[in-house]
Design a protein around this ligand. Sequence first.
Ligand code: S3P
Length: 178
Amino acid sequence: MRQCGEGIVLIGFMGSGKSAVGRTLAERLGLPRVDTDELVQKQFNLEIPEIFKRFGEDGFRDAENAILEALSPSGRTVLVTGGGSIMRRENVELLRRLGVIVHLFADEAVLFARVLRQNNRPLLRTPNPRATLRELCAVRAPLYRNAADLEFDTSHRSVNEIAELIIQELGMLRMEIR
Ligand code: S3P
């Protein structure tokens, strides 16, 4: 195990289930939940698509990075990250400090069906979002894999099932999380 913090850090592509699983995990374990997307939005007082529009992806990523830097490794937290946080290598080191890195992944078709339910992902607002998703997945897959301590396929599992699996697996890693 490479982690040094005591938290649980969820990484994964848009639509992989990080937010829903993070909420359930935090509830089940009685831990505070921190969601970097929520913090970035609070900081700008804007929704993510508007942040991308006004400040570009770089502006969003700078804020995301500053938030990760400011998080304390001493707190036992469920951290939900934005899908692109691993695009900056320094972020992966910051995440590692915060706890066990859990990668949630799913089949591309499942991811696409999930992201279609909301229209809040500026990176997928392209003429062919399905192709964009495929391209982003191809670039990012190795980055998620390299960063991860644990990986779970969320394609055909409920949020509760995934949370349960994570808790079991972490228990086996002898993290005292209860
Ligand atoms: C992004 C994912 C989003 C959000 C932003 C950028 C990405 O978070 O951070 O739109 O680059 O994959 P979710 O993974 O929660 O959708």
